[in-house]
Ligand binder design. Structure first.
Ligand code: TRP
Length: 458
């Protein structure tokens, strides 16, 4: 069963590939709107703490499981213990459910790219432009179809390598542009003397803390670092034994956190200065409502150029992620049902389009349908990030603690030298399932409208 696996030839190759999968719309689109919604600075702090403790430990565990077994999620859990293979399938369900709505957002990115390429900065910056766009049935379907179509063509032709090469050039440019835009936002806010937004984002305010801050930060952690869905297990299976696993995990974490922080710095303070504190609750549309206003402020020429450049870069970051999401699902279906790649790819494309339809239409013709009080896209987002991923993460921790034993992971990680944070890892892997169960229960209560507004608030 075990195929000859090709390996990443170097550590930097591994880190870039894993970071390429991790960095995407999660950092640029999802992080800022969650930070805005869930208390700004306090969300940032909770996210940071969770990521260097729990996120780090789960990432090490997943990469080590992959490298130790040499298999991707389903095979790996099966090899550890036959009774565990269902966890692999559960993990595989997550990317299958994320891909459709991820592509809806990808479509929004394409739309904004076309607007800025045609000099529409001021149009896009106008109030109500975004709502008009997502409320328009044909437009939202068209751009969603283009994004998922492009993803499928790349996966079908097997030219991911080409896209990866391009994105390796694009990523550093994205970082530079993001630093530039973030600096512009800080400086122009400073000149106007508007510190409120910056303070909201950077200064933790404990009165904004609620249990939902932790629920949201935890979900974001899984989503952004591509954890709890088998992806890092697959990447680990390609990692060579002589690469330092611990420091690779640190680097991936650092990249991911850095880009998310920058994206927040571009977006959150700007929302406050353009729309006031009420604007913070805009939800999934936040980036598309706010950034055009920032670009427009740069003037007609520069605004359109920087805007177009920015959305091209975001598009590539999104495409590398969507390709990797689709690839995962396609190869599982292909292996499981012994199908040809073409057939499996068409099935995934068709199914994703159908599953994504409600998310695409949920802001327009189907806006009356609000499962658990959310728009349909947020509903899919909630089910995957706040319900399914914690379940997969709990099970992964349990398997590591009681089936494999944490020592197995520590040994695998120590192959290239001492595992410096072994104690932290061991503590986290035992404590995390308990915390996760509590978080999961809160998330479920929240979903049924039982909120904890006053509860657990400091
Ligand atoms: N982490 C990616 C992002 O931040 C999204 C993502 C979730 C992903 N799961 C994935 C990407 C699996 C590739 C593979 O946008």
């Amino acid at each position: 069963m075990e195929k000859n696996r090709s390996s990443f030839t170097s550590k930097i190759g591994f880190v870039l590939a894993a970071a390429g999968s991790a960095v995407g719309l999660g950092n640029l689109w999802r992080f800022p709107y969650l930070a805005a919604q869930h208390g700004g600075g306090i969300f940032l702090l909770v996210y940071l703490i969770l990521s260097v403790t729990f996120g780090f430990s789960l990432m090490v565990a997943e990469i080590a499981i992959g490298r130790k077994t040499g298999l991707s999620a389903i095979g790996a859990f099966n090899k550890i213990n036959k009774k565990c293979s269902f966890i692999g399938y559960l993990a595989a369900l997550v990317p299958a459910l994320i891909l459709p709505y991820y592509s809806v957002i990808g479509g929004w990115v394409i739309k904004y790219l076309t607007v800025f390429c045609t000099g529409g900065a001021s149009t896009a910056a106008a109030d109500g432009y975004f709502d008009g766009f997502i409320g328009n049935t044909w437009q939202s379907l068209l751009f969603f179809a283009i994004f998922i179509g492009v993803t499928a063509v790349v996966v079908l032709l097997g030219v991911e390598k080409g896209v990866e090469k391009v994105s390796k050039i694009m990523m550093p440019i994205l970082v530079v542009i993001s630093v530039g835009v973030a600096a512009f936002v800080c400086i122009s806010n400073g000149i106007r003397g508007e510190w409120e937004g910056l303070l909201y984002y950077l200064k933790p305010d404990f009165s904004n803390f609620s249990i939902m801050t932790v629920v949201a930060a935890m979900g974001q952690l899984f989503y952004s670092m591509s954890l709890a869905m088998g992806i890092m297990i697959t990447y680990g299976s390609y990692m060579k034994k002589d690469v330092n696993l611990e420091s690779s995990a640190h680097q991936i974490e650092f990249f991911d956190m850095g880009i998310a922080f920058l994206a927040g710095l571009m977006i959150v303070p700007s929302v406050v200065s353009y729309s006031g504190i009420e604007g913070l609750n805009k939800g999934p549309g936040l980036m598309f409502v706010t950034l055009p206003k920032v670009f427009n402020e740069m003037g007609p020429v520069l605004g359109n150029v920087i805007g177009a450049l920015f959305f091209v870069l975001v598009l590539f970051a999104a495409l590398t992620s969507s390709i990797s999401l689709m690839e995962t699902v396609v190869s599982i279906i292909q292996d499981k049902f012994h199908l040809e790649r073409k057939v499996s790819c068409s099935i995934v494309l068709g199914a994703s389009f159908l599953i994504g339809l409600p998310s695409a239409l949920g802001f327009g013709v189907w806006s009356g349908f609000t499962p658990m009080g959310m728009d349909i896209l947020s509903f899919f987002d909630f089910i995957t990030n706040s319900i399914l991923m914690p379940i997969v993460a709990i099970m992964t921790c349990i398997v590591v603690c009681y089936v494999m034993k944490p020592q197995a992971i520590i040994d695998e990680t120590s192959l290239t030298g001492k595992f410096k944070l072994a104690k932290l890892f061991k503590a986290m892997i035992y404590v995390a399932p308990v915390l996760l169960i509590i978080i999961l229960i809160f998330a479920i209560f929240e979903a049924f409208g039982i909120t904890f507004g006053g509860f657990l608030k400091f």
